[in-house]
Write a protein that binds this ligand. Structure first.
Ligand SMILES: Nc1ncnc2c1ncn2[C@@H]1O[C@H](COP(=O)(O)OP(=O)(O)OP(=O)(O)O)[C@@H](O)[C@H]1O
Ligand SMILES: [Mg+2]
Length: 224
């Protein structure tokens, strides 16, 4: 099974969430792989830090992260997809052929939204691309909005709620990820996830709830 973290606007949290989900699943004994389609290869770079920590004796498991530089490369992983592996695509923060192919081959799409006006204002443009892909594949792939990097003080989401409703293309995940320093700290601590870094912290608690929600989506796909 294969799903994407996608939004053509940079900085909404795609790589962070792809990385954290992959490690969460890895630590639950699942077979998981990240397909890093971003030209900047953020997940590849983060994985270098993780592999460095492992070679220095850190007791964390290695993660399978692949650099994808072409449609052909992405298609080959999609063609060999199965229910026995969770393939998570980290899409770059721009609209290109790889983003469109990722949307087309995904079982579902997660679009993170932070409360940054550029990220929110970019959603209609992303939705247009998503609808163009719908047309091409003659199917509406499930797409879920995830509120990420939200101030812990924010309880009013009306601006984004209204926009998402008006676009009439998305479902919403009920988990909300708040702005937590642990996301950055965990990576600097040797390419760890927030749960590996600080299992009792708020970021770990919030992220575990999201991972459970995504796991249910995956079960839904696998059980048809
Ligand atoms: N919930 C969060 N709490 C704190 N920091 C966060 C959170 N989510 C993301 N960030 C930070 O925001 C920055 C952008 O996140 P990230 O790189 O995941 O976005 P992206 O959508 O992958 O960006 P791009 O499109 O440029 O690849 C990073 O520094 C990341 O650590
Ligand atoms: Mg990224």
């Amino acid at each position: 099974m294969i799903f994407s973290l996608a939004h053509q606007k940079g900085g909404s949290g795609k790589s962070t969430i792809a990385w954290e989900l992959a490690i969460n699943f890895l630590n639950k004994g699942k077979n998981v792989r990240i397909l890093d389609c971003d030209i900047q290869h953020t997940c590849i770079a983060t994985n270098l830090m993780r592999n460095g920590a492992i070679s220095e004796g850190a007791s964390i498991m290695p993660l399978d992260v692949r650099a994808i530089d072409s449609a052909k490369g992405l298609a080959s992983f999609a063609n060999n997809d199965s229910d026995d592996i969770i393939q998570i695509i980290d899409v770059g923060g721009y609209d290109d052929g790889l983003m469109r192919l990722a949307l087309a081959i995904s079982d579902f799409v997660i679009t993170p939204l932070s409360y940054d006006y550029r990220v929110i204002a970019g959603l209609p443009t992303f939705t247009k691309a998503l609808r163009e892909v719908d047309k091409k594949i003659k199917e509406e792939t499930d797409a879920f909005i995830l509120y990420n990097n939200m101030s812990y003080q924010r309880s009013d989401f009306s601006v984004v709620n209204e926009m998402v409703k008006k676009l009439d293309r998305y479902k919403k995940l009920s988990s909300i990820l708040r702005t937590r320093a642990d996301y950055g700290n965990a990576i600097f601590a040797g390419g760890k996830s927030v749960t590996e870094y600080n299992p009792k912290g708020k970021a770990s608690e919030e992220f575990s709830a999201l991972a459970d929600e995504v796991e249910n989506l995956i079960k839904g796909v696998i059980n048809g």
